[in-house]
Design a protein around this ligand. Structure first.
Ligand code: SF4
Length: 466
């Protein structure tokens, strides 16, 4: 019996696996671990598995709304350059972003319900690594001669700078420390090579974006100084770099350090001696980065996390790599005291935990099991529970929340309590992912552009445009 229906295409439920550096070759080095796809056919085969959904959950799950189906469809149609353009036009540092994104899109992909989700991130990565950026990446609308100061060069700051420059504004990025912000000092080399990140940042100079390095916002200059220097708007994207320590006895001891400081010192090539044994407290990507970096530095280190594997907030791939590298993760365990010899850390007291009813975050609340305390000998305790924006030097200039983030005019606005000063990324949301900071920045740019267009032109602007 014949049928007019088109034959159903049978698609594989199993993903084409990207390549990884074998575990035995990782050892005491910082060589890149995820090598991605290494030939085009792998990428085409993986894209072929996509169902081209009418209501693409992948796109809806991405905080930036990146058009995954458009990219995959172009591959399926045999136009790799077009697919690459979709990625490379959208992100200001695409190859870097495609190495560190938690890929919310993949978690949401419908194919993942009955098999492996489409490996969207590694498809994107192959395209950004192997195809040049389209001309549109560098194209700028007619110059407005409006100067914008972007403070901070992490993903939020870079995205705001790129988008504002494309709109024709004259952008300068101010960075007090290392270009790339948290991407440069918080992400280890085995996940994102600094040379790659810096090459992508350098490329932004083609849009006449300028960089001012070394001075600290609030300490060396203020938003008022910037306005006096002729800037029309200021974008604060200083991230959340200030460490938050666990409030337990002994946290003040020498050898009780924060993961962010540890990762920064290692990234900057500083001499960091944390002894022979360390524990890292936390279950997020920062904790995973700290433990994997310390292992590569020859330290016997392990993670303690108060909940179970199911609730661990770190990216699945990072957790998998940690387990693969045989790094112990002590689930349902929490430190209660850091013990020292009067000066530095010598031990940590831990307690076993059990999970109860879900708390306000929706995750089951852990509580200590009475009498389960035990002591572990360590030289260093690395806190990786959280960070917050470092706002000590601007506290008197802006309204802040109790979490030390900047308040904005309303939920949908990015304008701070000071007119013409906008805030994006972790500075407003508290510590989140790079892709969330990018999403913030893309939305903020629309508001900033509207603000600039609403400004009455000053005489010098009129003269310049005549
Ligand atoms: Fe393709 Fe999955 Fe997105 Fe559907 S949800 S369009 S299958 S990537």
């Amino acid at each position: 019996m014949s049928s007019d229906r088109p034959a159903r295409v049978k698609r594989s439920k199993i993903e084409i696996k990207p390549h990884f550096l074998p575990v035995e070759e990782r050892g005491l080095n910082f060589n890149e671990v995820n090598l991605g796809y290494i030939n085009e056919q792998e990428v085409i085969d993986e894209a072929e598995r996509c169902l081209s959904c009418k209501k693409p959950r992948c796109e809806m799950a991405c905080p930036t709304g990146f058009s995954v189906p458009k990219m995959l469809l172009a591959i399926k149609e045999g136009d790799m350059q077009k697919a690459a353009d979709v990625v490379n036009d959208y992100f200001c540092t695409p190859s870097s972003q495609n190495r560190i994104c938690p890929a919310f899109c993949q978690d949401a992909c419908v194919v993942g319900r009955r098999g492996d989700a489409i490996n969207i991130l590694n498809v994107k990565r192959y395209l950004s690594d192997n195809y040049v950026k389209p001309a549109s990446f560098y194209e700028r609308q007619p110059l407005t001669h409006k100067r914008i100061a972007v403070i901070g060069s992490g993903p939020g700051g870079l995205t705001a700078a790129h988008e504002l420059a494309r709109l024709g504004h004259d952008v300068t990025i101010f960075e007090r420390s290392t270009l790339g912000g948290m991407l440069a000092v918080g992400i280890p080399e085995y996940r994102l090579k600094n040379s790659l990140l810096h090459a992508e940042i350098k490329d932004l100079e083609k849009l006449d974006i300028k960089f001012e390095l070394g001075e600290s916002f609030g300490k060396d200059y203020t938003h008022k100084d910037l306005f006096e220097q002729g800037y029309s708007a200021v974008v604060i994207a200083i991230g959340a770099h200030k460490p938050k320590f666990m409030n337990i006895p002994g946290s003040e001891l020498k050898g009780s350090i924060h993961a962010i400081e540890y990762l920064r010192h290692v990234a900057q090539g500083k001499d960091v001696d944390i002894g022979k044994r360390a524990i890292v407290i936390g279950g997020g990507d920062v904790a995973i980065d700290a433990v994997r970096v310390s292992r590569r530095m020859g330290v016997e280190s392990e993670i303690v996390y108060r909940r179970s594997l199911e609730e661990m907030p770190a990216t699945k791939e990072e957790i998998h790599a940690t387990i693969e590298e045989k790094i112990p993760i002590n689930f349902l365990t929490n430190p209660v005291e850091i013990i020292g010899d009067g000066e530095k850390v010598t031990h940590v007291k831990l307690v076993k935990m059990e999970l109860g009813e879900p708390d306000e975050s929706g995750r089951r609340r852990p509580s200590p099991i009475e009498g389960s305390e035990y002591i572990m000998e360590v030289n260093t305790v690395i806190h990786a529970i959280s960070q917050e924006p470092d706002v000590d030097d601007v506290r008197n200039d802006f309204e802040l929340t109790r979490w030390n983030t900047f308040t904005t005019k309303d939920e949908d606005s990015f304008e701070t309590s000071v007119a013409g000063v906008f805030a994006v990324g972790d500075t407003v949301s508290g510590p989140k992912t790079a892709v969330e900071a990018i999403s913030h920045a893309k939305k903020a740019v629309i508001e900033i552009d509207n603000y600039l267009n609403s400004q009455v032109p000053v005489e010098s602007d009129i003269a310049t445009n005549m």
